[in-house]
Design a protein around this ligand. Structure first.
Ligand SMILES: Nc1ncnc2c1ncn2[C@@H]1O[C@H](COP(=O)(O)OP(=O)(O)O)[C@@H](O)[C@H]1O
Ligand SMILES: [Mg+2]
Length: 210
């Protein structure tokens, strides 16, 4: 479960979040919508323990993380307690799909990486180099990478941007499957095509939800 409580966050004099409270229970996909610049990626960065709030608390599975006061704890939680799929897949083009996934692992576990690639429908592409994969395939490798350490919580930024309808549906189904497996999934998107695959939708505007 992901919980953000009373979060405020500014960049310089630009206030992005004023007083934001959000809860993503296990087994659900919460869709965070809102216009470009409304603060969606900031919310995800907070949940993934990458951004420190000015005020408020971030809890994963009931435990509070403070990335300034508990740096070692936050570092060891990243990828393990919470998986993060960035907007851009950022694969290493010279490495194969399975090598890209393995890089995210705490352990050098090729079998786990292969299994995850099968789960995202890329069993036949495990040994294909990153720069030979299509955009949709790269997104799926990126999802496998976010799942490499079996995180209980998953945070996903604009997973369908730049994908055609078929690939967007495939990614949506994969996210729904993660929730069915018991994870808490938080997805930021301004793409209506994620709608059929989510359990809840919240809209971010003016630093809070409306
Ligand atoms: N590291 C940063 N430094 C300064 N401003 C930032 C930074 N990250 C985001 N912002 C600003 O905060 C606002 C919200 O950004 P973001 O969270 O990326 O929104 P979204 O993902 O909804 O487009 C934007 O105005 C953006 O320019
Ligand atoms: Mg964004």
């Amino acid at each position: 479960m992901i919980e953000l409580n009373g979060i405020a966050k500014s960049y310089g004099d630009r206030t992005v979040l004023r007083d934001l409270t959000l809860r993503v229970p296990n087994g659900s996909v919460v869709w965070l919508s809102g216009e470009s610049g409304s603060g969606k990626s900031t919310v995800l960065g907070l949940a993934a323990l990458l951004i420190h709030p000015d005020r408020g608390t971030v809890l994963l599975d009931g435990q509070e993380y403070d990335i300034r006061r508990g740096r070692a704890e936050a570092r060891s939680a990243r990828g393990v307690r919470v998986g993060f799929m960035p907007q851009s897949p950022l694969l290493l083009g010279e490495l194969t799909a399975v090598q890209n996934v393995m890089l995210a692992g705490i352990q050098n576990d090729r079998r786990a990486a292969r299994r995850l690639l099968s789960e995202v429908g890329l069993k036949h592409m495990v040994d294909t180099r990153g720069n030979l994969l299509s955009g949709g395939q790269q997104h799926r490798v990126s999802l496998a990478r976010a799942l490499m350490n079996a995180p209980a919580n998953l945070v996903v930024d604009e997973p369908t941007a730049s994908l055609d309808d078929e690939n967007a549906r495939a990614v949506g189904r994969l996210l729904a499957a993660q929730a069915e497996a018991g994870r808490a999934v938080l997805v930021a998107s301004h793409d209506a095509r994620v709608g059929p695959f989510v359990t809840d939708r919240i809209c971010l505007a003016d630093g809070a939800f409306r």
